[in-house]
Design a protein around this ligand. Structure first.
Ligand code: HEM
Length: 443
């Protein structure tokens, strides 16, 4: 089959049909899942939408899936042995799933096996154990100085900028990619290129993509796949002291049965790398925007810097960089009084659970001193709990504190624009004026 035709058919099966149905559902204002995918009002204010559907109960039946914004139910499902992770196209009717298989381009995808995000024990345990063995909390704690150095360097480059600067492209996206690249041995010359692949591929977690978005994602994933294969070859021949080289070695040296296949190794390395920058960019962008909108919090943080870790938790809670996850029932099961049949999908609206008034008082209020801010589900829960949470927290804390300590006079210089993604939530541009750095204030 001609490659172009194969992609057209694949797009119709994976995205086109759902896209058409969700637009109708969203226009009629009836189906919560359709509205989440297609309604611009919902995308502008997911918190208000969560309230709207919260009134309909802890588990809501949509046309094709079930959905929850209930913190207790979300935690329970994420931790349950009765549910498994979902993967791209899992919710499609059988004939479309068949088309999906037949037209598969063979590339690794973040939400298809053998990605950690789409596999379950025993394979998940084997892969995750190996990554955890190199990605220890001690290794991450040791990286904190590196995060600080990188943040300082990036801000040094901004010194002297008197006009408007885009905080996302100059800082929020550069910090995570530099940090994770240092960790994973990605040479400096390749970093802007993988950032570009990441930007193209960011909507890969979404369903109902338009044809141009589908093609864009495909090019991003294809470029990233071939770059990664070369990178891993290079490190296997000439290992460094980075964690990716350690992962390759750990896999080679692992006992029979614990080893990773080449495809598993590539999927795992690719996920850690991409997850390392695709999400944290949103934490930093969301944080800068929220704090610029609330100068009173910046004053409190300047007077009491010990509050930064809690402020980061509150930013993660209120503007969750990953808004959604999903699980499939492995058997017939009842959750909060709702019967769920084997094979049915539950969409877990993490950002909605983070605003559950049963857990968080006055949940829409941005309160950097909120005592239980860290109870959010932004890093998920259970066996798929984010492997990079400690690193992301360190980057959020160091990255935001350093930015505002260097530029206490930073101001928004325009509305900015949001990224065109549904699962991921963040800013694609944030125009700011930096004001003078403290060192330059007296000059
Ligand atoms: C603010 C930043 C981040 C957020 C909000 C975030 C969020 C998440 C979420 C929600 C999941 C689980 C999805 C699910 O349960 O379906 C996850 C998994 C994962 N994250 Fe993160 N993440 C962030 C940063 C990072 C970083 C910096 C890394 C790597 C260094 C990373 C690596 C991973 C990996 C490898 C998994 C898969 C774990 C598994 O399935 O066992 N993440 N992340």
């Amino acid at each position: 089959m001609a490659v172009d035709l194969q992609h057209r058919i694949r797009w119709v099966a994976l995205h086109g049909v759902i896209r058409a149905l969700s637009r109708v559902g969203a226009r009629r204002n009836v189906d919560p899942q359709a509205r989440l995918m297609s309604d611009p009002v919902v995308r502008a204010d997911p918190g208000a939408f969560a309230d709207e559907i919260r009134d309909r109960g802890p588990v809501i039946r949509c046309r094709a899936v079930l959905m929850t914004v209930d913190h207790q139910v979300a935690s329970e499902v994420l931790r349950s042995e009765d549910f498994r992770v979902s993967s791209l196209g899992a919710g499609l009717p059988a004939p479309l799933r068949w088309v999906n298989r037949k037209t598969h381009p063979g590339l690794l995808h973040p939400i298809e096996p053998p990605s950690l995000l789409s596999i379950e024990p025993p394979d998940h345990t084997r892969l995750r154990k190996l990554v955890s063995s190199v990605f220890t909390s001690r290794a991450v704690a040791a990286l904190r100085d590196g995060v600080q150095q990188t943040a300082d360097q990036l801000l040094d480059e901004l010194d002297g900028e008197s006009g408007t600067v885009d905080a996302v492209s100059r800082y929020c996206s550069q910090l995570p990619v530099a940090v994770i690249s240092d960790i994973l041995g990605v040479p400096e010359r390749d970093r802007q290129q993988i950032l570009r692949f990441g930007e193209l591929a960011a909507p890969s977690l979404d369903i109902g993509l338009s044809w141009p978005q589908y093609l864009q994602v495909h090019h991003g994933i294809a470029g990233f796949n071939s770059w990664l294969a070369n990178h891993l070859d290079r490190l296997a021949r000439d290992p460094g002291d980075d964690l990716m080289s350690q992962l390759i070695m750990a896999s080679r040296d692992a006992a029979e049965g614990a080893r990773l296949s080449q495809r598993e190794l590539q999927a795992t390395a690719g996920l850690v790398l991409a997850a390392g920058f695709e999400t944290t960019v949103n934490l930093l962008g969301n944080g800068i925007r929220m704090l610029l909108d609330h100068p009173e919090h910046l004053q409190t943080l300047a007077a009491n810097p010990d509050l930064w870790p809690n402020a980061v938790e509150e930013i993660l809670r209120l503007e969750s960089p990953v808004q959604l996850s999903a699980r499939i029932a492995a058997k017939d099961v009842e959750v909060a009084g709702t019967g769920i049949k084997r094979g049915e999908i539950v969409v877990i609206f993490l950002a909605g659970a983070n605003r559950d008034p049963k857990v968080f008082d006055d949940p829409h209020r941005f309160d950097i001193e909120r005592a239980n801010a860290g109870k959010h589900l932004s890093f998920s829960a259970g066996r798929h709990f984010c492997l990079g949470a400690a690193l992301a927290r360190a980057e959020g804390e160091v990255g935001l504190r350093t930015f505002f300590e260097r530029y206490p006079g930073a101001r928004l210089a325009g509305a900015g624009s949001r990224r065109d993604t549904r699962v991921l939530r963040g800013w694609s541009t944030l125009p700011v004026t930096l004001g003078k750095a403290p060192a330059a204030l007296g000059s």
